[in-house]
Design a protein around this ligand. Structure first.
Ligand code: RAT
Ligand code: ZN
Length: 417
């Protein structure tokens, strides 16, 4: 393959590669269609996404209380979001624009503002075919789910061995174990494990057996947990002990990376449900100590606070057993994705994963990937322009290789090594 000898050809190759390279979506909240109502999809689920519910209450009149809202059926909740966020206030946020990008990509006429018509269109879709269609439009080969054995409904589906399509991979989610030992112990007891509410060696041994059972059931790509800003390591807190005595030994035994999503302040406003969580600055030295003390474990990390991003990148330059991924949740906004992606490229080259969709609603995979591809193309075009000025002449294949690295290739390499 010949080197690209003029800047316009380089830019065209970059834009083409970003637009057409298949991505792997390494963190979502999707479920197999066989798990029934756990898999959210369609316009009413799109409109009642918790990001949009939180936004609704920034606009809603005082009389609309969260109690009244939650008591409504889903279609009525969706109507309220449509009315207040879209019709009355212009749909300017990232999540609102995302709904419009998604509907347009599906061929629906959003300019017509015909919510009833869109509902009729969705009612005619069959979920299995629709899932394949969404993956095709988003151009993703697979999505990693979030599989929580501490949630009885989810656990029941796995125990019943319901079918799972190959394009959905599993991740064993263990927040409860790390941040709420009494609740985890109770859930494990319900599953027949002799875990006591007070943590100790015997209970930890049972927890390891529990995780081993779930590793066997799920065959996960990684173990995962979201952690509060206060997470400290090492420390005398139970969370630190659980990491040492249960999580890391399990990860090492089965050769699984530990994915940590750091910096979420849970339930800042519980009345908003899933939309009620906030963000706080994490202590990045907790991660540093984990990396220093466990060179034989692998960590995949994203952080929620914008101010943590540079420290995280610097750690990834120091420790090859750390993989940085995604612009998570409150960082999943155009301006912040752009800034983070540029900084990560400058500090790490392409040895990171640019984004995960975090889709809670199947259809969201469409907009989350469409939006990030636009930003990635602009940032990479700039970087390749600078390289051209410096005299470097890449080939089209090399450009494609680096784009794939950012869209899942680097993640797969990291998991293999
Ligand atoms: O982004 C979200 O939807 C959050 O509610 C969380 O699910 C977060 O992504 C997480 O995985 O904890
Ligand atoms: Zn998530």
């Amino acid at each position: 393959m010949p080197p690209l000898n003029d800047p316009a050809a380089v830019e065209a190759a970059v834009r083409q590669a970003v637009a057409t390279t298949t991505a792997s979506d390494i963190h979502t909240h999707l479920f197999p269609p066989s798990h029934g109502r756990l898999l959210l999809w369609g316009v009413d689920d799109l409109l009642t996404y918790h990001y949009l519910v939180a936004e609704l209450f920034t606009f809603a009149p005082r009389e609309l209380t969260t109690e009244k809202f939650w008591a409504l059926p889903k279609t009525a909740q969706a109507d309220l979001v449509w009315e207040h966020v879209f019709l009355r206030h212009g749909a300017l946020s990232e999540s609102a624009r995302g709904v419009l990008t998604t509907l347009s990509a599906l061929g629906l006429d959003v300019a017509g503002r015909d919510l009833a018509g869109m509902r009729r269109w969705f009612a005619a879709q069959k979920v299995e075919e629709y899932l394949a269609r969404v993956f095709r439009i988003a151009n993703i080969d697979y999505a990693v789910m979030t599989n929580n054995p501490f949630m009885a409904e989810e656990a029941g589906c796995w125990k019943a061995k319901l079918p799972k399509p190959d394009c959905l991979k599993t991740a064993l989610r263990i927040d409860t174990l790390i941040v709420n030992w009494p609740a985890a112990a109770k859930a494990m007891r319900a599953g027949g494990y002799k875990t006591t509410a007070s943590p100790g060696a015997a209970a930890f041994a049972q927890a390891r057996r529990f995780l081993a059972e779930w590793v066997k059931i799920l065959q996960p790509v990684y173990l995962a947990a979201s952690l509060p800003p206060e997470f400290a390591y090492p420390s005398s807190a139970v969370s630190s002990k659980v990491v040492d005595k249960v999580v890391l030994p399990t990860a090492k035994e089965f050769g699984l990376p530990v994915a940590m999503m750091m910096g979420v302040r849970k339930g800042v406003n519980p009345a908003l449900g899933d939309g009620g969580d906030g963000v706080g600055e994490s202590d990045v030295t907790a991660l540093q100590h984990l990396l220093q003390e466990h060179p034989d474990a692998k960590f995949i990390v994203t952080m929620l606070s914008r101010v943590n991003q540079q420290e995280l990148c610097v750690l990834a330059r120091k420790f090859s057993h750390l993989h940085v991924e995604g612009c998570w949740w409150f960082c999943n906004n155009t301006s912040i994705i752009e800034e983070m992606t540029r900084m990560r490229l400058e500090l790490l080259g392409t040895a990171f994963t640019a984004q995960h969709s975090d889709a809670r609603v199947l259809d969201q995979a469409i907009y989350k990937w469409a939006h990030v591809r636009t930003i990635l193309a602009d940032v990479l075009a700039e970087k390749y322009r600078n390289l051209f000025t410096a005299g470097w002449r890449p080939t089209e294949d090399e450009v494609r290789r680096e784009v794939r690295s950012l869209l899942g290739g680097a993640f797969e390499e990291f998991c293999k090594k």
